[in-house]
Every structure is written in structure tokens, then in C-alpha cells.
Ligand binder design. Structure first.
Ligand SMILES: N[C@@H](CCC(=O)N[C@@H](CS)C(=O)NCC(=O)O)C(=O)O
Length: 327
């Protein structure tokens, strides 16, 4: 674990001293947008037109933020149009790395050893964390975006002229509701589990823990009334929640001390999780070995022995009851 300072790698864990033991996530630095015509998007510069074969995603199968982008690539029919490289789940002193001796974890574009080399390739004096996902432009050889919430918006609509337009996960009419629930879910659940796990003081952990379970209780209630977070239509808000839920019982309960309840203990959340897991194409984006191996092996301030637990048994492919909303 570390970061780049003026283009040079430094092996350093998160500094929580200045924030009183609280984990504060850094904002992503590369914020350009792929658009249908190459005009600039809501931030950054233009020149990134949606084209088949032009873009590449760097992901970790372990990472919930990267997982969002893999789900959108799959659901929007973009697997033939956007290529992917996957980093190895062990994120150690060099940060995310590739394995030249293992076909599954190669940098297919440059054969790099480390993910930080992709960042310095785009900006030789880059300072900041080296995170996944990364959306790379093979034509201009640069990093388009390293912000998953924006990458999924691009994948949702920018390629409608490249592939046949399909289900819109960010429909105009639901945007206010989607934005509102995203904000809550991000702060208290998606990032909330990290705020629990990376807290270095009891009070910081307890605050994050309280926020997390309050938000999960709220979502449980919503899902008792609606099939999906914003009503009867499946949206990006659901996929953003899904990638945290699928990691919750196998990792966050134990490793991040999010142990008031498991998702399996919530009737609505657990059935909803199963429905999303069983959605066409989604189970194939869930790599449980990478997920468990990454967290338990990489965070040596939390689990210095690197022993990875064998359980729990998961029931994501069991029948769910969510069709009750359509009867
Ligand atoms: N805002 C980013 C966050 C991505 C992120 O933090 N990814 C984690 C992996 S789950 C990472 O690469 N962490 C490495 C680090 O912080 O050094 C996004 O949503 O795309």
C-alpha cells in the first residue's frame, strides 16, 4: 500500500492522524468523460469519443468500486468493445501489481509490473493514490478517469451509438431520487465499511459503525416497500449498493468489524442481494477468491498473519422472494 509523490512511489499506509483516527477517502484525480461525440462531459476535457476497441479498463476483482464498472460493461453489452486487465488481489508494498507469470493478472497493454506505472505513463509527476478502476484511452495513451461513479455513467449512455441502446440505469425522471440515495449509501455503506475497517481510534470506529447499521436498517425498510432502491425500476443506485453487499458477510463482518448483523440476517436485503447476484451476467463478475484474498492478505495493519478465513457458506444462488412485488 502506498502512493506516488511527484511520480515516485512511496510505501505508506493511510495517514489517519490528522483526521483523529478517521479514514478519509481521497478524491479521484482524473475526471474526463467519454461522450458520444467527443465533446467534454461534466468535468475535465473533451476528445474522448465513444468508439469500439478504443478504451481499456484496469480493475481489481476484489475492489467494490472497480466491480461497478465491470457490471456496467457486462450489462450494457460492452464486453467486445472495452478490453480489461486485472491486477492481482495482493496489494502489498508496491501497491496494485500485475503478475507476468500468470495469464489472469497481466497488463495486456504494456506488460507493466505495477499499476503505479500506468499512472506515471499518463502523468509522469503524478502525486496521489494509485487506485482502481482506471479507464484508459489506447488512442491518445492517457488516463481518462479513475472515478468509478463517473465511469459507470459513461458506460450507461455514451456508447449508445456503438451498441444498441439498452436499459437506462440513470433515467432522467429518477435522477433526483437516485442522487439522493447514492449520497446516503456512499457515505454510510459503500465508504462506511471502510470507515469502520480503517478507523484507528475507538470513537471513529463507533461513529462509522453506528452510521453503517442505521443506513442498512433504512435500506432494509425501503426494500420492504419497493423492489429496488428508488421504486420498481432497477437503477445504478442498486448496482452501487450491490458491490458492497456481496462483500459484506464474507469480508466486512469480520475483517472490517462490521458485525452488528450480517446481510443474511436482514430478510429484504438478503433477498435483494440474491436477486441482483442472479441477474443475467452478474454472477460472472463476482470473484470471491480475489475478494477474500485481497482484504485479508493485503491489510497487514489489520490482519498481520495474512490468514484468510475459509467461511462463511454463502447462499447467493438460492431462490429469492423479490418477484412478490410484481404479483
Ligand atoms: N473514488 C474511487 C475509489 C477507488 C478506490 O479507492 N479503489 C481502491 C481499491 S478498492 C484502491 O485502489 N485503493 C488503493 C489505495 O487507496 O492506495 C472510485 O470510486 O473509483
Amino acid at each position: 500500500m502506498g502512493l506516488l509523490i511527484d511520480g515516485v512511489w512511496h510505501d505508506k499506509w493511510y495517514d489517519t492522524k490528522k483526521s483523529k483516527g478517521k479514514f478519509v477517502r481521497e478524491s479521484a484525480a482524473f475526471r474526463n468523460w467519454i461522450t458520444a461525440d467527443g465533446e467534454p462531459g461534466p468535468s475535465g476535457r473533451g476528445g474522448f469519443k465513444a468508439e469500439s476497441g478504443r478504451y481499456h479498463l484496469y480493475v481489481s476483482y476484489a475492489c467494490p468500486w472497480a466491480h461497478r464498472t465491470l457490471i456496467f460493461r457486462e450489462l450494457k453489452g460492452l464486453t467486445e468493445h472495452i478490453s480489461v486487465s486485472v491486477v492481482h488481489p495482493h496489494m502489498l508494498s508496491n501497491g496494485w501489481e500485475f503478475r507476468t507469470d500468470d495469464d489472469s493478472y497481466q497488463d495486456h497493454l504494456f506488460g507493466s509490473a505495477f499499476m503505479h506505472q500506468i499512472y506515471t505513463r499518463a502523468k509522469s509527476d503524478y502525486s496521489g493514490r494509485v487506485t482502481v478502476p482506471v479507464l484508459w484511452d489506447k488512442q491518445t495513451n492517457t488516463l481518462v478517469s479513475n472515478e468509478s461513479s463517473e465511469i459507470i455513467r459513461m458506460l450507461n449512455s455514451a456508447f449508445d451509438g456503438v451498441v444498441a441502446p439498452s436499459h437506462d440505469f440513470y433515467p432522467e425522471s429518477l435522477r433526483p431520487q437516485i442522487d439522493a440515495i447514492n449520497e446516503k449509501v456512499y457515505a454510510n455503506i459503500n465508504n462506511g465499511v471502510y470507515r469502520c475497517g480503517f478507523a484507528t481510534r475507538q470513537d471513529a470506529y463507533e461513529e462509522a459503525f453506528t452510521d453503517l447499521f442505521r443506513a442498512l436498517d433504512e435500506v432494509e425498510e425501503i426494500l420492504g416497500k419497493n423492489r429496488y432502491l428508488t421504486g420498481s425500476v432497477l437503477t445504478e443506485a442498486d448496482w452501487r449498493l450491490f458491490t458492497t453487499l456481496v462483500r459484506f458477510d464474507p469480508v466486512y463482518v469480520g475483517h472490517f468489524k462490521c458485525n452488528l448483523r450480517r446481510i443474511a440476517d436482514y430478510p429484504n436485503l438478503s433477498n435483494y442481494l440474491r436477486e441482483l447476484y442472479q441477474f443475467q451476467g452478474v454472477a460472472a463478475t463476482v470473484f470471491m477468491w480475489d475478494i477474500k484474498e485481497h482484504y485479508y492478505y493485503s491489510h497487514d495493519t489489520i490482519n498481520p498473519t495474512r490468514v484468510v478465513p475459509l467461511g462463511p457458506v454463502l447462499h447467493y444462488d438460492q431462490p429469492h422472494d423479490r418477484d412478490r412485488f410484481n404479483l
